[in-house]
Design a protein around this ligand. Structure first.
Ligand code: PLP
Length: 455
């Protein structure tokens, strides 16, 4: 596609070739309803998209990692919204907040108790920092094919077995919206004096429902604001319940972050916080009623839904009862003009925010209600009876020379990457773990045919 642009100075018409820009334009022209990130949905009048605000560190614009002016003031206001003792902004996504959190609380050479479905940003950080993981498995209590939740008693046992662990680190909510018992786990962590760190990437908006991890007793949380709030991509907050440690986390974030944070993204965080205080909390509560109605429509036509406590505004449909994999269902939704956030072998996930228009929501409701029902696909749960043996640290494994080999040849080798079938969205092996025959069978059964192993 040729795009024409007037160059003011040269007064000539040039043809530009910009494949990424052209793909974005072509996508936007299709006009699909956006049920994916970012939370502003391209439909938010108050965002400062104007390039005149794409600025840098100047005497009157402060500096992220040495903030003492307007950025620090914006962080203080965000801390008041979350009820945190300290909040730091990130334009490097939640990943930067996770890196800072682990570096400040755990650091090189320490041991951390992790739930098994942590995002790769945490696996990579453990590798970069040389953290030794202790894994806690999920209970399959989320619904067919979902990872489920970690149970507070399993965390207690892990702490008792590993009294030298520097921290406990969990993901909640997960991608499908399932919430772990953060309050119960925080109480256990507090009893054993272990900081509870929560990857709350998908749950910044949970402050509207009194379900934010900081409200429930976590020591710190990393919140990917751009996923569910009207924030530009990359905008995230780190929240901490201790001012001095929060400030240490911010210094640790500087180890990993760019020295050129996006002012547009940081300003969008500031504006989103202001919107949350004025209207957002009420808007998310209203949205919860809409999502509850969508779930009723979905259940009435035969979709499965996650079980137990969930994010009130995350819509996850289990598609096998309808005779389709999640990926096939996502394609069907796409043909009907509905773009989801995620799909896999058994589920399709929609991110709704107050910035979805009524037309978007009507389209989604209608497509769910008219969804064709086929013969249900049966699901055989994959629950490994025990976790693979750890042979090397994630650091040694991820930074070693590796080769990509067929899974049937991988028995007896050490994984150089996480291999994660979806469902259930929990890695079968993590980097550094021994791939035994049971792992090989599970990987093949779930369609994973090649894997990176240490040479
Ligand atoms: C559970 C979870 N944690 C962390 C991240 C990383 O967040 P970001 O993309 O904002 O760096 C993601 C991104 O998808 C995620 O799903």
């Amino acid at each position: 596609m040729a795009v024409q642009r007037n160059e003011n100075k040269m007064n000539t018409v040039q043809t530009i070739s910009a494949p990424l820009y052209e793909a974005l334009k072509a996508h936007a022209e299709q006009g699909r309803a956006s049920f994916h990130t970012p939370g502003h949905k391209g439909n938010c009048a108050f965002l400062p998209l104007d390039r005149q605000y794409d600025l840098t560190e100047l005497p009157d614009t402060d500096s992220l990692f040495e903030a003492s002016g307007c950025i620090r003031e914006s962080e203080r206001k965000a801390a008041r919204l979350f009820g945190a003792a300290y909040t730091a902004v990130s334009s490097g996504g939640c990943t930067l907040a996770i890196q800072g959190m682990l570096a400040a609380f755990a650091g090189t050479g320490s041991k951390v108790i992790f739930c098994r479905n942590i995002h790769r940003s945490a696996v990579n950080t453990a590798a970069l920092l040389g953290i030794a993981p202790v894994w806690v498995s999920h209970r399959c209590d989320g619904g067919e094919g979902l990872p489920g939740r970690v149970c507070a008693e399993d965390i207690r046992r892990a702490i008792e077995k590993n009294p030298d662990a520097a921290a406990v680190y969990l993901t909640s909510p997960d991608y499908y919206g399932c919430l772990s018992d953060i309050k119960g786990i925080a109480e256990i962590c507090s009893f054993y004096e272990k900081p509870l760190l929560v990857d709350n990437a998908h749950g910044t908006h949970l402050i509207s429902f009194g379900m934010h991890p900081i409200t429930l007793g976590a020591a710190a949380s990393a919140c990917s604001a751009h996923k569910t709030l009207p924030v530009l991509t990359g905008g995230a907050w780190l929240n901490c319940n201790d001012e001095a440690i929060g400030s240490k986390i911010k210094s640790s974030m500087a180890l990993f972050g760019s020295t050129s944070p996006s002012y547009l993204t940081m300003a969008s965080l500031d504006l989103a916080r202001d919107w949350m205080e004025r209207e957002g909390i009420a808007a998310f509560r209203e949205l919860a009623g809409i999502v509850s109605g969508l779930r009723e429509v979905a259940a009435s036509v035969g979709f499965g839904l996650p079980q137990g406590e969930c994010d009130p505004v995350r819509l996850t449909l289990l598609t096998r009862p309808m005779g389709m994999t999640g990926d096939e269902a996502a394609e069907y939704f796409r043909r009907k003009g509905v773009e989801c956030e995620h799909s896999d072998g058994g589920a399709v996930v929609f991110i709704l925010t107050p910035f979805n228009s009524e037309t978007d929501i009507d389209r989604l409701r209608h497509t769910i209600g008219a969804f064709p029902k086929g013969r249900p696909i049966t699901y055989e749960p994959i629950v490994p009876d025990e976790l693979p043996m750890i042979i090397k640290s994630p650091r040694e494994a991820l930074l070693s020379r590796s080769e990509n080999i067929p899974v049937p040849e991988a028995a007896g080798r050490i994984a150089a990457e996480a291999a994660c079938p979806c469902p259930p969205g929990v890695p079968v092996v993590m980097p550094g773990e021994l791939i035994d025959k049971k792992c090989v069978n599970i990987l093949l059964k779930t369609g994973i045919t090649r894997i990176n192993v240490i040479e």
